[in-house]
Design a protein around this ligand. Structure first.
Ligand SMILES: Cc1ncc(C[n+]2csc(CCOP(=O)(O)OP(=O)(O)O)c2C)c(N)n1
Ligand SMILES: [Mg+2]
Length: 677
């Protein structure tokens, strides 16, 4: 392509980016202006997509890591018709499709939400893995490239360590990362905080490392060609770019490489906006206008993109005609259509730990769902994701025939990889670790929740009954934290996450059913380390009764007439309360027991159902191995929640039960206190 014309288009991106921020009176122009050369070339010459069909499944993906560079992304996408000039002018305004940091919107070419630095490039790794996994099943005709753009902030974020290790180890040659190395970050120049040899670091992880002048079109083209030719490693292109490239003062002197242009309009940073627009070949009176020649250039590129996509789509059609069964399977996976799944056929062992019950379900799912990928952060034999692993094998360098990702000890990385698998599409991702380490994953869960992606978290060892490992390993406040995300509504008005803490093996089967069927949000499964007695089932069909868990909370055991007291709990505490209820019944009291695996789900039920399970005015007792607040919303003003309001202790679990009061005897004592008023 004509480099002069490309240069003009890159300047167009710079001008639009600077103008958007100036118009909004807030935003980040400097980085966007520096990265313009690369993103322009990538979109013009390398990124395979169909401007007329943005969700084309076999498109190349572009994942932006530094969300603050959104003006660069929106400006680039506007050249391809995804945004109008008015939408650019409404940058950062209420109701606009151009929020301050990008929010996933595939139909407008935005593959991911970004803002918390570091996660975006890991989504690309998840996406690249999804692509390899699908290729291993359907053929390499569908191969596509996963590009990501990272900045100094993302490289410094700890998550890049797990990501770099994993992508290198798995030899993801379909991953190309551009590092916008402009030596400037938010508060300082990068040299003030880092002296690392980034190239050596990525080389050590097994990456193909290329270093180029990030403002030189020909050099960048060469690097992209080399990256695409690399067939055994992921590639990082370290591009030396120029913060605020083209920015000048009123006198015309350079205002490039300034920390001040990171996060404010150029005019506020000390540059002159009008002079900068002129310097870049634009008209300061009409900064949103097209530069000469750009529209023609883009028209040609867009036609070319459509033609290339049509060729690929024809190849797919040919494959589909010759492989009808596979084609129909792939089509189902892409739209998230599940095969017939009769969860009632799963045979659970009585009295199992819910992590073990989860393993039973996972083993069954491995035989039913060809598109499920399960991961663990080096705890597969403890979090019992090995139930799935036993039916498949782990990914190995260049080998994606299996369906299990040993993520290594890197919970946040794993979390973001799971999100990336989901963003790619066609995959049902799940990943496990200890519940206490959900703290290390929560940033990924939050962004997955914001993006409304299906990701399943398997969090085991859910309470102090971890025992001897002590307070570092005993979750107390973690359930309350996850339940806060249940209270937080997503943009579609639903609880942003579904958090289920099943009470026994049968409820665990039901929880998995809900997780697999929930395509709208992430699901967290909070599971016990220790064995739990099966809950009573008056009908004799415990699984049938546990299906009511789909309502978030339900009556496990009732009494005749109005109860004297209602017991409510989730997880293993329900069975503790069953024991306590027997003691209270011996004293002539009428007790109802409610299992509440998810308050968030319960609150979406009809108010009359909610009132039928937990009627106002009846005394209630909650038992929680977590903070009392976990159940206070359900118990309300009519009772009391017995929970932990302190860290746990190292001792055998049975001793902790006694010492901390998680016994039938204490359930009785607490109930009598509530009844005494
Ligand atoms: C997890 C996280 N921490 C902090 C921030 C705030 N922040 C935004 S950009 C930035 C650093 C920017 O440096 P760089 O990535 O090099 O971008 P540039 O200044 O070159 O545009 C920081 C600290 C963030 N967005 N995410
Ligand atoms: Mg920087």
């Amino acid at each position: 392509m004509n480099d002069q014309a490309l240069k003009t288009a890159a300047n167009q991106i710079r001008i639009l980016s600077a103008a958007m921020v100036e118009q909004a009176k807030s935003g980040h122009p400097g980085g966007a202006m520096g990265g313009a050369e690369f993103i322009n070339l990538l979109y013009a010459e390398y990124l395979n997509f169909d401007p007329a069909d943005p969700s084309w499944f076999e498109r190349d993906r572009f994942f932006l890591d530094p969300g603050h560079m959104s003006p660069m992304l929106y400006s680039t996408l506007s050249l391809y018709g995804f945004y109008t000039k008015d939408e650019l002018k409404n940058f950062r305004q209420w109701g606009s499709p151009t929020p301050g940091h990008p929010e996933v919107d595939v139909m407008r070419g935005v593959e991911n939400t970004s803002g918390p630095l570091g996660q975006g490039h890991v989504f690309a790794i998840g996406s690249a893995i999804a692509d390899k996994f699908l290729q291993a099943r359907f053929g390499d005709w569908m191969a596509h490239t996963h590009y990501t753009f990272i900045s100094d902030g993302g490289v410094q974020e700890e998550i890049s360590q797990g990501a770099g290790r994993l992508a290198g180890k798995l030899a993801l040659d379909n991953l190309v990362m551009f590092y916008d190395s402009n030596d400037i970050q938010l508060s300082t120049v990068t040299a003030d905080v880092t002296g690392e040899d980034t190239a050596a670091k990525y080389k050590a992880w097994g990456w193909n490392v290329l270093e180029v002048d990030g403002a030189d079109t020909a050099a960048l083209r060469g690097a992209l060609a080399a990256a695409n030719a690399e067939k055994s490693k992921p590639t990082i292109i370290i591009g030396k770019t120029i913060m605020g490239q083209g920015a000048v003062t009123a006198e015309g002197s350079s205002f490039e490489k300034m920390v001040s242009t990171h996060g404010q309009p150029l005019s506020a940073a000390g540059a002159d906006f009008a002079a900068t627009i002129s310097n870049l070949g634009g008209n300061p009176d009409e900064p949103f206008a097209d530069l000469p020649g750009v529209a023609d250039l883009m028209a040609g590129i867009i036609e070319e993109k459509k033609k290339n996509a049509a060729v690929k789509k024809a190849q797919k059609a040919e494959w589909a005609a010759a492989n009808a069964a596979d084609a129909s399977k792939l089509a189902d996976w892409v739209v998230g259509k599940l095969p017939e799944l009769d969860f009632s056929e799963i045979e659970q062992k009585g009295g199992a730990a819910t992590r073990a019950a989860s393993a039973t379900v996972l083993n069954w799912l491995a035989g039913k769902l060809g598109n499920m990928i399960v991961s663990s952060a080096d705890l597969s034999n403890s979090d019992k994701t090995d139930g799935f692993l036993k039916a498949t094998k782990a990914f190995a360098p260049g080998d994606f025939e299996g369906a299990f990702l040993q993520a290594g000890v890197a919970e946040l990385t794993m979390g973001a990889v799971l999100t990336g698998l989901s963003l790619h599409g066609g995959i049902i991702p799940a990943g496990g670790t200890f519940f206490v380490f959900s703290d290390y994953m929560k940033p990924a869960a939050r962004i997955a929740a914001l993006m409304e992606k299906q990701v399943i978290y398997i969090w085991t060892h859910d309470a102090f009954r971890v025992g001897e490992d002590g307070p570092t390993h005993q979750p107390v406040e973690q359930e309350a934290q996850i339940r806060l995300l249940e209270k937080l509504k997503n943009h579609s008005g639903k609880p942003s996450i579904l958090a289920l803490r099943p009470a026994d093996a049968a409820e665990t089967t039901v929880a998995w059913k809900l997780a697999i069927e929930n395509k709208d949000t992430p699901t967290a499964l909070i599971l016990s380390r220790q064995n739990i007695a099966d809950l009573p089932a008056a009908s004799g069909d415990r699984y049938g009764e546990a299906l009511q868990a789909a309502k978030g909370a339900y009556i496990v055991e009732d009494c005749d007439g109005t109860p004297d007291i209602i017991f409510v709990a989730s997880g293993s505490e329900v069975s503790t309360m069953v024991g306590g209820a027997a003691l209270l019944r011996d004293k002539g009291k009428k007790v109802r027991i409610v299992s509440a695996p998810s308050e968030g789900l319960f609150r979406t039920q009809d108010p009359s159902y909610q009132a039928s399970v937990l009627p106002a005015g009846v005394p209630k007792l909650g038992f929680s191995a977590g903070l009392p607040v976990t159940l206070e919303g359900l118990v309300g003003a009519d009772g009391f929640v017995f929970g932990l309001d302190h860290f746990g202790h190292s001792a055998p679990a049975s001793i902790l039960d006694e010492k901390l009061g998680f016994t039938s005897k204490n359930v009785l004592a607490q109930a009598e206190k509530v009844l005494a008023g």
